[in-house]
Design a protein around this ligand. Structure first.
Ligand code: C5P
Length: 220
């Protein structure tokens, strides 16, 4: 069975997807991490970020896998390096390149073949897994998402003002929504889950409930 979890940055997707997969005992596929891994290696090999065919060839050549919650390229654990601000910024043009998205779509489908998986990203329900048994679009208001990020940053000692976080987030949302291929979009048959005012546990409970509803007709 495939469950897709899409939505904007800061909606709590990763935490929810990870927790849901753990609850079900299923695999968790973090597709943002896959784009980040390609970007990390592209930066290391000095492949220009506007060289779409070069980036696609690179993506094709990399063995990106997930093991015990870690992201691997071959045998190399890149889980920490893919989260640096430099990689985050450079991931945008890489994820915007249609040939790269095509390679990633094939790889994501290959990884999900024959297993139960919770897959998380922007285009999983709308493009990559149009026949997924359950599609969820997880979101929260821009203000709520910016407040959460602000709290996290402040806890880490960061001093970015809330307004600045909100502006940067709006820019990222626009970029995600308007890319020519693989734009962030709720699939027509996705269930919308709005997380404003819900605790982490409440979000996971809601997702588990949706899974149970989908499974019931199969087991009845
Ligand atoms: O979710 P995360 O922040 O790790 O995503 C990293 C980058 O990859 C973002 O720029 C996001 O827009 C992009 N992405 C994408 N398609 C996906 C998952 C992430 O374009 N399925």
């Amino acid at each position: 069975m495939i469950i897709t979890l899409d939505g904007p940055a800061g909606a709590g997707k990763s935490t929810a997807a990870r927790a849901l997969a753990a609850r079900l005992g299923w695999c968790y596929m973090d597709t943002g991490a896959m784009y980040r891994a390609v970007t990390l290696v592209a930066l290391e090999r000095a492949i220009p970020l506007d060289d779409a065919p070069g980036l696609a060839t690179l993506a094709e050549s990399l063995a990106i896998t997930f093991r015990d919650g870690r992201v691997l390229v071959g045998e190399r654990d890149v889980s920490v390096e893919i989260r640096t601000p430099a990689v985050t910024a450079a991931t945008r043009p890489v994820a915007d390149a249609p040939p790269v998205r095509e390679v990633m779509k094939r790889l994501q489908r290959r990884i999900a073949e024959g297993i139960d998986v919770v897959t998380e990203g922007r285009d999983q329900g709308s493009v990559v897994f149009p026949h997924a048994e359950l599609k969820v679009f997880l979101t929260a208001s821009p203000e709520e998402r910016a407040r959460r990020r602000h709290r996290e940053e402040s806890a880490r000692g960061g001093g970015t003002p809330l307004e600045e976080i909100l502006e940067a987030q709006n820019r990222r949302d626009d970029g995600d929504r308007t890319r020519s291929v693989g734009a962030m979009k709720a699939a027509d048959d996705a269930v919308l889950v709005e997380t404003d005012g819900l605790s982490h546990d409440e979000v996971v409970e809601r997702l588990v409930q949706l899974v149970e509803e989908r499974r019931r007709p199969l087991t009845a």
